[in-house]
Design a protein around this ligand. Structure first.
Ligand code: SF4
Ligand code: SF4
Length: 232
């Protein structure tokens, strides 16, 4: 047996946050370990699970401050599990992803026009035919910009914007580029955290770099660069 620690949250408790340690068999995935705990030692533990094969993106959590899909991660002794960053925690490891879905909806309003994309936020059904993104929100949780700017469009919205802007069938690239200037491409620090954690191998950092290049072609430039004083 090994020990894992889980950051618990219950809005009805005082304090609302607590840490609890559990004994689980070694060799399990994190999702199997959570299910083991629920079945054998603590029925109150709350977490989300879906396909159990790394496809649906529902079981995303943080392990020792790094984002992981619980169904794909093999637990280690002394691991600490917590909910995703920058999300409202509903209970224990369950977070509210509506805010990020709303950010995605705002950032991709132009996509309503596209035949290849169908976004219906009301029932949280988001389908995109051109992307491998599983909407796990892992990149959102890993992005340090959200600590200082909650309005940042974020890596998954920007990586979709790039796919759309790079689509040769698309005739109105400029409106896409226009829509990602505020709280968008120039707010990214290019730290690469989103790329490092994405379970689908998507590279938002590179996509954002390409969007900056395309933005420059349409006459935009880094607003931070504009405000620099070079002493001329
Ligand atoms: S870009 Fe990658 S990390 Fe971000 S939501 Fe999509 S699959 Fe998850
Ligand atoms: S590269 Fe940009 S979008 Fe990705 S995590 Fe860093 S700041 Fe966020």
């Amino acid at each position: 047996m090994i020990t894992i620690h889980i950051q618990r949250f219950n809005s009805q408790n005082t304090p609302q946050y607590s840490s609890k340690s559990y004994q689980v068999p070694s060799g399990l995935t994190l999702l199997q370990a959570l299910q083991y705990i629920k079945a054998n030692s603590d029925t109150t533990l709350s977490f989300n699970a879906g396909c159990r094969s790394g496809i649906c993106g529902v079981c995303s959590v943080r392990v020792n401050t790094r984002e992981e899909l619980a169904c794909s991660y093999k637990i280690q002794d002394d691991d600490t599990i917590s909910a995703l960053e920058y999300h409202t925690v509903v209970r224990d490891l369950i977070v509210d992803k509506k805010t990020t879905q709303e950010t995605l909806r705002k950032a991709t309003a132009w996509l309503h026009q596209a035949q290849t994309v169908n976004i219906t936020i009301a029932d949280e059904k988001v389908t995109e035919l051109q992307s491998d993104c599983i909407l796990c929100n892992i990149c959102y949780s890993a992005c340090p910009v959200y600590a200082v700017n909650p309005k940042f469009l974020g890596p998954f919205a920007l990586t979709r914007a790039y796919r759309y802007s790079a689509d040769k069938r698309e005739s109105d690239i400029k409106s896409t580029i226009d829509s990602i200037q505020d709280n968008g491409v120039w707010d990214c620090t290019l730290c690469g955290e989103c790329t490092a954690v994405c379970p689908q191998g998507i590279d938002p950092k590179m996509d954002i770099t390409m969007l900056r290049s395309t933005s420059s072609q349409f006459g935009y430039m880094d607003p931070n660069f504009q405000t620099m004083n070079f002493g001329f």
